[in-house]
Design a binder for this molecule. Structure first.
Ligand code: CA
Length: 236
């Protein structure tokens, strides 16, 4: 039986909620809405959506607490809807387990693309045991995790151990933003200096090796004040 993908929208601003609702229904999603945190949490457990769109500033609750509560038992994709001034909240939300964020005001195509990416990524994670060693491939860049080999247009790219670790982490989460702290923790361990400088230095070197124009990267994008996002795997 054909089943629509269901999305729960937790958002107290009616105009935004209506806009998203209409966009998603028009794209064949099943939509459930909640206008406060309490109803949102109840809807998460009762309707078990395929994805949650979550506003952080809710009248009765901080959206971060909804992420934390949900992550205690579920890995369902959560995309945070945030205002442009909430850089710090975005980082906290991602570190609490949100999958991605979208900044207000956003367009319909951006919203739909983010939703598709998050759902695809979640399915990929569910199949991880089958596909974990499949290479990353996007726009001429191929990363073979088994051979630890990076090629660009068929030419081998020589990366240091640290550079390779950063690139392979981003590639394994491609399409999604990884925060500076997450990357630093996973590359240098939990006791590393939380200063971003060493990460930025490594990223500059990586970009010199991978990008035709490091100032306008096409493989690894900077999410200002938050982290990095790698071009989504084409899944070939
Ligand atoms: Ca709000």
């Amino acid at each position: 039986m054909y089943q629509k993908v269901s999305v729960l929208i937790i958002e107290d601003e009616k105009s935004i909620c209506d806009f998203i609702s209409k966009t998603l229904s028009g794209s064949d999603y099943k939509v459930v809405t909640a206008s406060n945190g309490k109803d949102g949490l109840a809807a998460i457990t009762s309707s078990l959506p395929d994805l949650v769109l979550l506003d952080l500033g809710l009248p009765d609750m901080d959206g971060i607490d909804i992420i934390k509560k949900t992550r205690e038992w579920s890995s369902m994709p959560i995309i945070v809807i945030s205002a442009r001034t909430q850089e710090k909240e975005k980082v906290i939300a991602l570190d609490a387990g949100a999958d991605d964020y979208i900044t207000k005001p956003f367009g319909t195509s951006e919203l739909l693309a983010r939703i598709r990416t998050a759902i695809r990524h979640n399915n990929k994670m569910a199949n991880a045991s089958v596909n974990s060693n499949r290479p990353y491939s996007a726009d001429g860049l191929v990363i073979d995790f088994e051979k630890r080999l990076v090629t660009l247009g068929g030419q081998e790219i020589h990366l240091t151990r640290v550079e390779y670790k950063i690139v392979s982490l981003l590639a394994q989460h491609s399409g999604k933003v990884m925060t500076y702290d997450t990357l630093i923790n996973q590359v240098w361990g939990p006791y590393a200096d939380d200063n971003n400088r060493i990460l930025r230095v490594n990223m500059a070197n990586i970009r010199r090796k991978l990008e035709t124009n490091p100032g306008e990267p096409k493989y690894i994008f900077t999410e200002l004040g938050v982290g990095y996002r790698m071009l989504e795997d084409e899944g070939i």
